[in-house]
Design a protein around this ligand. Structure first.
Ligand SMILES: [Zn+2]
Ligand SMILES: [Zn+2]
Length: 266
């Protein structure tokens, strides 16, 4: 079976939503090393586009995040684990991104979130809150993110944050051919899609949905020729270990080495 040897979505204590002071590279590297992870990408949240006033959440999270992360990495023993410096960038509407090309190009990679709809009043909301309108809005964002050329990886693809209690119903309104049209855009653009621990049920946040829903999404993405990377979206040391639970998707979607994006092997 395909082995999970990388994790390209790891937050540190530099992210405002991370409340675990231990969540720093010096503590993270030994944990992932034990998990058999050979490549790790750090992705603190960041807003670095002066054209738009960010949500309060992003006020402390400017491009200084990168400098601070590099400081935290200074002197850390990588112990054979290859370290990538990146960020989780934001998108508030098609064409409106929280990162500009110069910064994106200066990083090892950029994870772009195209579905942070929980930032109401900041990220553009669907026209109504019907399942169908949320789904169409989410796919519109997905395609714009896939085409924007700023992203190496699309984070938690087609996972409408802010509406996760209705995840099954929202995804069910999208036909296979609608999904394939959007996934073809991603496949042609060369952007990687993330297979995230968020696709698994989260007992802490009490998110219960059918695992058949992400399995369907990932199966259609594979069918369209999309390539994948794995990400834990860890905000705690404990969550890092859940990366191996993603083997569930390797088995059920039937993923092989050829489905992994070349970036994850670089
Ligand atoms: Zn996210
Ligand atoms: Zn994240």
């Amino acid at each position: 079976m395909l082995k999970i040897d990388h994790d390209f979505h790891v937050h540190t204590f530099l992210s405002s939503c991370c409340s675990d002071e231990r969540q720093l590279p010096v503590n993270i590297i030994p944990v992932v090393k034990k998990l058999g992870i050979e490549r790790i990408g750090f992705t603190d949240h960041l807003w670095a586009n002066p054209e738009y006033t960010p949500h309060d959440f992003y006020l402390p999270q400017t491009e200084k995040q990168i400098e601070l992360l590099r400081e935290k990495l200074h002197g850390v023993n990588p112990d054979g684990v290859k370290i990538y410096v990146g960020c989780e960038a934001e998108m508030i509407a098609p064409g409106k991104f929280g990162i500009l090309p110069a910064l994106a190009e200066s990083l090892d990679f950029v994870v772009l979130a195209t579905d942070h709809f929980h930032f109401k009043g900041f990220v553009e909301q669907p026209p109504t809150d019907s399942d169908h309108d949320i789904a169409a809005h989410m796919l519109k964002f997905f395609r714009a993110g896939a085409r924007c050329k700023l992203a190496t990886i699309l984070a938690h693809p087609c996972f409408p944050l802010g509406y996760i209690d209705r995840y099954d119903a929202i995804i069910a309104t999208i036909t296979d051919s609608e999904f394939l049209d959007s996934f073809h855009v991603a496949a042609e653009s060369g952007v990687a899609l993330e297979i995230t621990v968020s696709f698994l049920r989260d007992p802490v946040k009490n998110r219960f949905f059918s695992l058949e829903t992400p399995v369907r999404v990932l199966s259609l993405a594979k069918q369209a020729g999309c390539k994948f990377v794995f990400g834990s979206d860890s905000h705690t040391l404990e969550r890092l270990g859940r990366i191996h639970e993603l083997e569930y998707f390797i088995r059920t979607v039937g993923l092989t080495e050829s489905d992994i994006h070349p970036f994850a092997k670089s």
